[in-house]
Design a protein around this ligand. Structure first.
Ligand code: PEP
Length: 246
């Protein structure tokens, strides 16, 4: 049982259609029956589902986020792109930025920094993902990588309160692998140490499921979880939440 205010963020990635939204009803029911509990649920579906999901969640305290945003503050000739203001206008309150799947597709720290700045200016809160690759971990460069991603990604950003950090080791995403308790403890502590007393929330993400959650939830200082695959199944998602808060 934890007394801390915990975040559970569902990253649906490129999954889901209008029928999938019905799966939220179980989670809404669960959330309503746990009104006194201190936890925050945030759904980050594909852009196509932000509006219908935010409507479905309108009488709940579950919030909605997007999975990426274009860096431009205004409209522009950027085929296939959506900026933070547009995401906000359809109901997003958060946006995931710096996810390793987008870093691997070519996003660098400078671009992520610009996206963070302009998404904050547009009124979104940021779920900022950082994490080392397996090679960087083997080369014992985890702290160096985290430090650099934090420094460059958050350069000149003063509104740290608008940011939630998700520590997601690249090698743990979708692989079933998770860091040892000691490794995770050290990384979360390291990230928080960069901010002094005013540290943002730091979540863990990477292969979180209802079997390994007991091992993950006991890490001191962890403020919640960013959950990919398991969040698409309401039963699995609820199990993770229940096991964390009970
Ligand atoms: C993610 O992609 O943010 C993630 C945590 O994925 P998974 O839980 O599937 O590893």
């Amino acid at each position: 049982m934890t007394n801390k205010y915990m975040y559970f963020i569902a990253n649906w990635k490129m999954f889901g259609d209008l029928k999938t939204i019905n799966s939220l009803d179980k989670v809404i029911k669960f959330s309503k029956s746990h009104k006194k509990n201190k936890f925050k649920l945030i759904y980050c579906p594909p852009n196509t589902l932000i509006r219908p999901i935010s409507k479905r969640l309108s009488k709940t305290n579950i919030e909605v986020g997007a999975q990426n945003s274009h860096q431009n503050l205004d409209y522009g000739a950027f085929t296939g792109q959506v900026n933070a203001r547009m995401l906000k206008s359809v109901g997003a309150k958060y946006v995931i930025l710096g996810h390793s799947e987008n870093r691997m597709a070519g996003e660098n720290d400078n671009l992520i920094n610009l996206k963070i700045k302009n998404s904050i200016k547009s009124g979104l809160k940021i779920i900022f993902c950082i994490g080392e690759t397996i090679k960087q971990k083997r080369d014992k460069k985890t702290n160096q990588v985290l430090n650099s991603q934090l420094k460059k990604g958050l350069k000149s950003i003063k509104k740290i309160n608008d940011i939630i950090i998700a520590y997601e080791p690249v090698w743990s995403i979708g692989t079933g692998l998770i860091p040892s308790s000691e490794e995770l403890f050290k990384s979360i502590k390291f990230i928080k140490s960069k901010f002094g007393k005013k540290s943002p929330k730091v979540l863990y993400g990477g292969s979180v499921n209802s079997k390994n959650i007991d091992q993950l939830k006991i890490i001191p200082d962890i403020d919640g979880f960013l959950i990919g695959g398991a969040s698409q199944n309401p039963k699995k998602f609820i199990d993770i939440i229940k096991k964390t808060i009970n």
